[in-house]
Design a protein around this ligand. Structure first.
Ligand code: ASP
Length: 326
């Protein structure tokens, strides 16, 4: 039987980690080729090509590296892969998924996965997650869904997924909307139809800097005041509640928003920012008046990814249309 072609890339993360010597901590060391050996069943489902594009903890991935991974994935699709799977660390999975999703122009699925337990741990989840991710990438009903994250039997869409637990096996959730699908006895069940997606052009520049600051009780404004002087091209604030900051920040934000795009998101971990509820200084109505944009359902980290990409392709003027979509 002619099996479909599936491309897999390994970038590192816990799924690729092991200790070099007994008693030492785990580090990325296991190649994609070796990861494949843990899922022999995959050979009955697809013709698999695998590459190790990196062996990094996901905290050390960066946007330029990810652009290289994206161009590798584009080539795989051009060469006939019906889906692409990327394994990586889970710590920044919510950001990389968002990054790829804004740039993934294909109907074929791009699926990201990782592991919460390394291969040496009892109950290691890497092989199951990898096999599940491959099943999702191979499934006909996964087309036109952009980039998805598969972890612990659940499928999450890139725009909603967050790492919400540091060490638990069930570490990923899609707040408000829930997972977009799940694997049941190895078949893929989607709970919602594909959402409309807006794909951005590739950034023409990669040197732009976007700051992310979190509002906290009784915070000074020293760092905020330095944003323009430090040469940032955009600012995201993880604000209180529905997107609020203290009074001493509001004035500074007005000055900054006159020069570079400013997005206010919520630091709560779930829910949307408001637009027309609170009228106090530093509340969302005041911040909108002062030139800031509200992130809506986009979390601060995803908003930062979006702004980096928009500035990179000189589309910052389109920011509102990308935020209202969410
Ligand atoms: N704990 C992380 C992981 O799952 C480390 C990382 O993000 O690379 O892979």
């Amino acid at each position: 039987m002619d099996l479909p072609k599936l491309a897999i890339a390994a970038l590192g993360g816990t799924v690729s980690m092991q200790a070099r010597n007994a008693g030492e901590g785990i580090v990325p060391a296991v190649t994609g080729e070796t990861l494949l050996e843990s899922v022999p069943e995959l050979a009955t489902l697809a013709r698999v090509s695998v590459e190790t594009l990196g062996l990094l903890p996901s905290a050390s991935l960066d946007f330029e590296f990810l652009l290289g991974v994206l161009s590798w994935a584009n080539v795989q699709i051009q060469q006939g892969a019906i889906g692409v799977v990327i394994t990586q660390g889970t710590d920044t999975l919510e950001e990389t998924a968002t990054f790829f999703d804004y740039l993934w122009a294909h109907d074929q699925p791009l699926v990201l996965t990782g592991a919460m337990r390394s291969a040496a741990n009892a109950g290691a989840d890497g092989p199951a997650n990898l096999l599940d991710a491959c099943r999702v990438a191979l499934a006909a009903n996964s087309r036109q869904r952009g980039v998805q994250v598969v972890m612990n039997g659940q499928i999450h869409c890139a725009s909603a997924v967050r790492k919400t637990d540091s060490l638990a096996l069930q570490a990923f959730s899609s707040t408000i909307v829930g997972p977009v699908g799940m694997l049941v006895e190895n078949t893929i069940h989607y709970l919602r139809p594909p959402a409309q997606r807006k794909v951005l052009p590739l950034p023409q520049q990669t040197t732009q800097k976007i700051a992310l600051l979190e509002a906290s009780l009784s915070a000074d404004s020293l760092m905020l005041e330095s944003i323009l002087e430090l040469g940032y091209d955009g600012l995201v604030i993880a604000g209180f509640g529905a997107g609020h900051v203290p009074e001493n920040w509001a004035e500074v934000i007005e000055t900054i928003a006159g020069k570079i795009p400013v997005i206010i998101a919520t630091r709560t971990g779930s829910g949307s920012t408001a637009r027309s509820t609170y009228g106090f200084i530093g509340g969302e109505m005041d911040l909108i008046r002062k030139g800031a944009s509200m992130a809506g359902l986009l979390c601060p980290r995803k908003a930062r990814v979006l702004l980096w990409l928009l500035v990179g392709c000189q589309r910052q003027d389109a920011l509102a249309s990308y935020l209202s979509k969410d």
